[in-house]
Design a protein around this ligand. Structure first.
Ligand code: AMP
Ligand code: ZN
Length: 487
């Protein structure tokens, strides 16, 4: 597959260290609040990448951190302690907050059909490994102690700032607000590996270390977690574009200095989801979550569909109108799929191979998901059997992850239920409607109950209802009549 690499600034063949095997790392969420749909755009596109690699037959080991030591808004320990702020806001402990929002994150992922990584590691669970790495960097002369903290010395590197082809504006989120100059630093880009001096008086999470009681810097978790679970050679590292600098830049600095060899050749960055009023960010307060979309009646799959319509290397602008369009298009697609006959077995293997080859070419060309969607529509229009269409679309959806076939099946069942109900709907002589499942005897009892009610003979009406209940029939009054169903 060809994939744009932010480290080399070009699209290139994706080659792995061990043929047939992919070591993949993803920067996970900071769990002091719900993930917003911008964060989730990044995870959706990374999920498509992972699904495609697996579809291609590669064996993928995907690792993700959970940032639950989220005290920091910047390298110089400025800003606010986000975890603590979250805990205060919700009258919970920091670890309760972390657990709650970690669960909420994976819940959102399930709704969006984002696969859970093979390894998920909360930062607080691996502090000894972080300390080992920081000590290693000190031993090798890449780090220094100043003012009680341990800093990485960027002047020791021949190469730094490799991602600078991104827009300055995109990088601003990564730099994060409220960062002031730290006078302990020898060089402007030096960054903290371990803090013992915190400006937060009530620092919630602290650990003992050779340099005193404190907590890890902002970047060390990803280097150490990846080293532990991906090994010394990572094939691809993913994240939102705001992570490119300084976070990923500093991860490279730490990992390569510690390991003494190149670490990760390929960097995959997803661009931002913007709203019409600007970038979506957690710190800006108001942001959209999957739950908000669902509360407004949208299907999370419609959001995934919306994301797939855009290219991951372009900013995507969210609007309710755009989501409406995605929802309508998704529903129509499901309805068209539901209309295909599932009984047929006559698959045109030649056409199938040709269409799947085309699909793979598009996705394999820097993840062209919008053309991937077009392949699904082209397949629906193709002059071939329904069995061929269904088989091709099922394969495409292994990558797109839009739950197309299961939703189509649910739609078929819904259509069948509606048709049965319509067939069973009877209008009696006096214009009464009976909605049921097509049983003359029960319809008759319903009619008698309605007549009893009309004659204010409630005893008789209740007795018929009880009789039906005993037979497992539930009645619901509907305008102009009654609806019954077996429970
Ligand atoms: P965070 O939980 O803030 O650490 O972010 C989780 C992931 O979402 C990171 O990979 C970020 O780079 C990414 N991200 C943050 N804001 C956006 C956005 N507006 N659009 C797309 N991805 C984003
Ligand atoms: Zn990271």
């Amino acid at each position: 597959m060809y994939l744009y690499n932010s480290a080399t600034h070009k699209k290139e063949p994706f080659v792995t260290h061990t043929p047939g095997h992919v070591e993949m790392y993803t920067c996970g969420p900071t769990v002091y609040h719900f993930a917003h749909i911008g964060n989730l755009r990044s995870y959706i596109m990374e999920d498509v990448l992972e699904k495609f690699l697996r579809y291609e037959g590669l064996d993928v080991n995907r690792v993700m951190n959970i940032t639950d030591v989220g005290h920091l808004t910047g390298d110089s320990d400025e800003g606010e302690d986000k975890m603590l702020k979250g805990a205060r806001r919700e009258h919970k402990t920091v670890m309760e907050i972390a657990q709650f929002y970690t669960d909420a994150f994976f819940d959102d992922c399930r709704k969006l059909n984002i696969k859970t990584p093979d390894v998920v590691q909360p930062a607080t669970g691996l502090i000894p490994e972080f300390i080992t790495m920081v000590q290693g960097l000190l031993d090798k002369g890449y780090a220094y102690l100043a003012g009680g903290n341990v800093y990485f010395d960027t002047s020791k590197l021949a190469r730094y700032h490799i991602f600078f082809d991104h827009d300055e504006e995109d990088l601003q989120v990564g730099v994060r607000e409220g960062v002031e100059e730290d006078t302990n630093k020898r060089n402007k880009n030096d960054f903290v590996l371990w803090f013992t001096k915190s400006k937060f008086e009530d620092q919630a999470l602290k650990w003992d270390s050779p340099w005193g009681v404190g907590y890890p810097g902002w970047h060390i978790e990803c280097s150490a977690i990846s080293l532990k679970y991906n090994g010394e050679y990572l094939d691809i590292h993913c994240g939102g574009v705001d992570n490119a600098f300084p976070h990923h830049t500093n991860e490279i600095a730490q990992s390569e200095s510690y390991l003494g060899h190149p670490w990760c050749p390929h960097w995959f960055h997803v661009h931002h989801l913007n709203t019409t009023s600007g970038k979506m960010s957690k710190s800006s307060g108001e942001f959209l979550t999957v739950q908000v979309l669902m509360d407004r009646g949208y299907d999370p799959m419609a959001y995934r569909y919306f994301c797939l319509q855009g290219h991951y290397r372009k900013n995507l602008t969210f609007s309710w109108e755009a989501l409406d369009n995605a929802q309508v298009a998704y529903n129509k697609l499901i309805a068209r799929l539901a209309a295909l006959r599932t009984e047929g077995k006559d698959v045109d293997e030649e056409l199938l191979a040709e269409r799947l080859g085309r699909f793979k070419k598009f996705i394999g060309d820097d993840l062209n998901t919008s053309m991937g969607l077009t392949c699904v529509y082209d397949m629906l229009k193709a002059k071939t059997s329904d069995a061929t269409k269904l088989k091709a679309i099922a394969a495409m959806d292994e990558v797109l992850g839009l739950r197309l076939l299961s939703r189509a099946q649910a739609k078929r069942e819904e259509n069948a239920r509606a048709a049965a109900a319509a067939k069973a709907a009877k209008t009696s002589g006096d214009g009464m409607t009976i909605l049921g499942e097509g049983d003359e005897e029960i319809d008759e009892l319903c009619r008698r109950r309605a007549e009893a009610k009309k004659a204010r003979n409630f005893e008789e009406a209740d007795s018929i209802r009880a009789q039906l209940r005993d037979r497992g029939i539930e009645l619901t009054d509907v305008p102009g009549g009654v609806k019954w169903r077996r429970v």
